[in-house]
Design a binder for this molecule. Structure first.
Ligand code: GDP
Length: 444
């Protein structure tokens, strides 16, 4: 899972601080050292780390943290704020042209996820803007690239302009633009060639395409798993092309986090989207504040709720939020949520977006396969209506009955109940909405 090691180390550093009855200057220095090491280990650019730690230290000094009531909590807040700032503060929307078509040029190294992301983006534009995008296949070096784009396009029902592999890419783009104008496509997404590494010839070709169409958006697609290299790549492309934004892919993998945290600081260009899976739906807007929470293990409730809203109606999502807040979230809601959650994507990703869950030891060794889901369901279905409405009723004899009723071992029943209660507690803290709630996740 993304950021796992980093989240764990940052939490440990904060936790240690929190346990001290009194925080001294030396403790603070030690925490800063641990944060620095955690970031370096996560492959964050060393200069970015240096600046980051310096800023946190300055903020802490400025706020006179040591004299305040709860130094550990204040440090968490400062780190959270600085992480958010580092990644750009606000989500940056896609550029749009005043006149159609808006031209989006996708660039990046081979295998970064360019073609897949082009598809995801087109689907998003179709769904959200009722747009009519068109692709231009400008990668003429690998015949498979055109076939792949065609396959992606077929899935989401978007036309592709292509001229095979024997025509100059700049010429293909020129003709493609004419066709898009004739057909009144409101977006043109150009899928360009990639290489294993940056090379002069490719860059020249991309520059020529850029000069021809003057794109509204040059999106650099970067594989988050490549860490430091991602940053070098970003710099290389940006120097030549003056990119307008970055899409960070494969955040569903176990990336250490370096790319997400360094790219903005090093290139000054915003990450606009993140790819979180191979499916066409798996593209999310990049929100620096939410990413900071996620990195700190505080969960990403906003994204979770948005995913929920996409799949269910708003009223229901609001109701769930209210129940979480009022702590009346019961096993019936849990059951309903489980059914809905299966629609929202890979279960592990969803659960790990919940506050405190990213590194929850209870979750670590659980393989969340659909079968396990069915087991949890069976346990909940063995409850009486009264039990489902009153989660606190669960005493040992009831638990034994549930085990017998569901045919699951008692340890599994106990584990499920424990997790449910943990989840309920954390939901309440976070939906109460303030930092003090979140800091409680660190055990405060
Ligand atoms: P391109 O060479 O840059 O066009 O890269 P592709 O679009 O062909 O993607 C390369 C591989 O990465 C494919 O197997 C994609 O399914 C996969 N991929 C792309 N984006 C993501 C993502 O966000 N998450 C995961 N897990 N895989 C991705």
């Amino acid at each position: 899972m993304a950021f796992e090691g980093l989240t764990e180390r940052l939490q440990k550093a904060m936790e240690k601080l929190r346990r001290k009855p009194k925080v001294t200057e030396a403790d603070l220095r030690e925490t800063m050292r641990e944060i620095r090491l955690a970031l370096l280990e996560a492959d964050v650019n060393f200069k970015v780390v240096k600046d980051f730690v310096k800023k946190v230290r300055e903020e802490a000094a400025g706020a006179e943290v040591l004299k305040g009531l709860n130094p550990a909590q204040q440090i968490v807040k400062i780190v959270n704020d600085q992480l958010t700032e580092l990644m750009g503060e606000e989500a940056v929307p896609l550029n749009r042209a005043a006149h159609i078509p808006t031209v989006i040029m996708m660039v990046g190294l081979q295998g970064a996820g360019k073609t897949t992301t082009a598809g995801k983006l087109a689907l998003r534009l179709k769904n959200e803007d009722h747009a009519r995008p068109m692709f231009i296949a400008a990668d003429v070096y690998r015949p498979a690239a055109i076939t792949q784009l065609q396959q992606v396009a077929d899935q989401i029902d978007v036309p592709v302009f292509e001229k095979g592999t024997d025509v100059d890419p700049v010429e293909i783009v020129r003709e493609g633009m004419e066709v898009a104008k004739q057909n009144h496509n409101d977006y043109v997404i150009i899928d360009t060639a990639g290489r294993l590494q940056i090379d002069e010839q490719l860059m020249d070709e991309l520059v020529n395409i850029k000069q021809l169409v003057n794109p509204d958006e040059i999106l650099l697609v970067i594989d988050a798993m490549t860490g430091q290299n991602a940053v070098n790549t970003a710099q290389g492309f940006d120097d030549k092309l003056d990119i307008t934004g970055v899409v960070l892919t494969k955040l569903d993998g176990d990336t250490r986090g370096g790319a997400a945290m360094s790219i903005r600081a090093v290139t000054g260009k915003p990450i606009k989207f993140v790819g979180e899976g191979e499916k066409m739906e798996d593209l999310d807007v990049f929100h620096p504040d939410r990413m900071a929470s996620r990195i700190l293990g505080m969960g990403d409730m906003m994204t979770l709720i948005e995913k929920a809203q996409k799949n269910f109606d708003e009223e229901q999502a609001q109701e769930t939020m209210d129940k979480m807040r009022e702590n009346t979230f019961d096993y019936n809601d849990f059951l309903a949520q489980m059914d809905q959650v299966t629609k929202m994507g890979p279960l592990e990703n969803i659960i790990k977006m919940m506050p405190g869950m990213a590194n929850n030891p209870a979750l670590k060794n659980i393989n969340l396969d659909p079968k396990q889901f069915a087991h949890i369901r069976a346990i909940v279905l063995s409850m009486t209506p009264e039990e489902r409405e009153n989660p606190d009723l669960m005493n040992p004899s009831r638990r034994r009955r549930l085990a017998a009723g569901s045919g699951r071992p008692i340890v599994e029943v106990n584990r499920m109940i424990k997790q449910f209660n943990q989840m309920r507690k954390m939901m309440k803290q976070v939906t109460n909405g303030n930092m003090s709630g979140m800091q409680n996740l660190f055990g405060g």
